[in-house]
Write a protein that binds this ligand. Structure first.
Ligand code: ARG
Length: 458
């Protein structure tokens, strides 16, 4: 069958596989509401130009509202093999409702090139605003837990080896502030997403002097795009969103990895709620952190979509080429993956039990070896020397097979005579973290400041 939209110059039909290969309706149907809104704004602008009579515009607006209602109520029937994409489907249906004599005027000066770019930007803007709220909610949970659980001290790790004591809240905020930077970046990306390409036509612009500012305003855009050739082919806003989402998913993946480790029996710092765990079909005792594993795993999908689209667009000649249709599916899936991931992470964190006694039990006196060195620094000894001295204390404790804090003062003084009886105060984890009170450190005051900084970014 000949395509009603562009069939004029064609004589033969499409190869059936080509029909399926070419169509995007089962994906871009997601834009039905944006497509209807864009068409109404476009028709209104054409009415104001005198291209549509008032009653024609009224018919188009009413007909398009019915089209939207049919989508909303699940009554819209996609015509397989005929409805190539959401734009052709909606226009075909509008023609059935109000007659093709009037419906046929809607597309005057417009192209699916500016139409799809408009739909995508509106859809993405709306989705990113939802995600912005999910991210704010997640950050609120982090801030609230960090405030409430500020007392608890745990081992901080480098190389996954016990390093220095930190506050549990300090760990939470280490991710919290990375996610807050993602929130800042999202707001920056949104500014560029939310610019209007409608009125560019196929590539060269509108010949009737259409009021692009009025359409952009009606459709809730923050501003215009200013070059028609660039604007119809620009998918940078999708790439940038995916770069943003990929960065967020690296944070998500590392956060999940930490918690997977902390939830093992060997660590036992945290326990996931049943709502975010699953069992084993074979081993009855198992409770697996599938939510966290999926957060880690789905990050790979997100990065792949970003890299894939960059490869798709890098060699496209200007302006619109059908390759660009390949930006739609990964965009929709990427945004869903990121949005779902943030909500899952929020659920995990807000329902997770923690075991501060396990965190405390995982701390070992040798994690205060740095503090021991710093004790001598406070007495005027150069750090390089105190580092060496403290290392010898660690070695002595190993040789004597006692924890470092069980060495006698005499034994410590055998390593360095400048150790005095107040050295025993050093073996106190709370004291150690409280000493790290410079801005951004693990002390209570610093944690509270971090919470304030984070809240200020919401
Ligand atoms: N469905 C297409 C897309 O997503 C828009 C159609 C533009 N097609 C065209 N032949 N100019 O890119």
């Amino acid at each position: 069958s000949k395509n009603m939209l562009w069939g004029g110059r064609f004589t033969g039909g499409l190869d059936p596989l080509m029909v399926a290969y070419n169509e995007s309706i089962y994906i871009d149907r997601a834009f039905y509401a944006q497509d209807v809104a864009g068409s109404i704004a476009y028709a209104r602008a054409n009415k104001n130009l005198g291209i549509l009579f008032d009653d024609e515009f009224a018919a188009i607006e009413k007909g398009l509202s019915q089209v939207r209602t049919e989508w909303e109520t699940g009554k819209f029937e996609i015509r397989a093999g005929v409805d190539e994409d959401i734009h052709t489907a909606n226009e075909r249906r509008l023609g059935e409702i109000i007659g093709t004599a009037i419906a046929g005027k809607l597309h005057t000066g417009r192209s699916r090139n500016d139409q799809v770019a408009t739909d995508m930007r509106m859809w993405l803007r709306d989705e990113l605003r939802k995600i912005e709220q999910y991210l704010v909610d997640f950050l609120k949970v982090i801030a609230a837990r960090a405030e409430k659980e500020v007392e608890y001290v745990m081992p901080g790790y480098t190389h996954l080896q016990r390093a220095q004591p930190v506050r549990w809240s300090h760990w939470m905020l280490s991710y919290g502030l990375s996610f807050a930077a993602d929130l800042e970046r999202l707001r920056e990306v949104l500014k560029r997403v939310n610019r209007c390409p409608l009125g560019f036509g196929a590539l060269a612009g509108n010949p009737f002097g259409i009021d692009r500012d009025a359409m952009a305003k009606e459709l809730g855009f923050d501003g215009l795009l200013y070059n028609s050739m660039a604007g119809v082919a620009d998918r940078d806003f999708v790439v940038e969103t995916m770069q943003w989402g990929s960065m967020l998913m690296t944070h998500m993946s590392r956060w999940a990895e930490d918690l997977i480790i902390y939830s093992t029996a060997e660590f036992g710092f945290v326990r996931l709620a049943d709502a975010y765990s699953t069992g084993s079909s074979l081993m009855p005792q198992k409770k697996n952190p599938d939510s966290l594993e999926l957060l880690r795993g789905k990050s790979g999908r997100a990065f792949g979509q970003m890299a894939g689209l960059m490869m798709t667009i890098k060699g496209i000649p200007s302006t619109y080429n059908k390759d660009l249709q390949e930006s739609v599916e990964p965009m929709i899936d990427h945004v869903k993956t990121v949005g779902d991931s943030i909500q899952i992470a929020t659920g995990v964190l807000s329902t997770m039990d923690i075991f501060p006694e396990k965190m405390l039990a995982a701390l070992t006196p040798d994690m205060l070896a740095t503090d021991l060195a710093e004790y001598l620094v406070r007495k005027g000894v150069p750090f390089r020397e105190t580092h060496h001295t403290s290392g010898r204390v660690v070695a002595l404790a190993e040789k004597e097979k006692v924890p470092m804090d069980k060495l006698s003062l005499e034994q410590l003084q055998s390593v360095d005579s400048r150790f005095e009886s107040d050295i025993m105060q050093t073996f106190d984890y709370q004291r150690s973290v409280e000493l790290r009170s410079a801005k951004g450190g693990a002390s209570k005051s610093s944690v509270h400041e971090q919470v304030q900084v984070l809240k200020g970014m919401l």
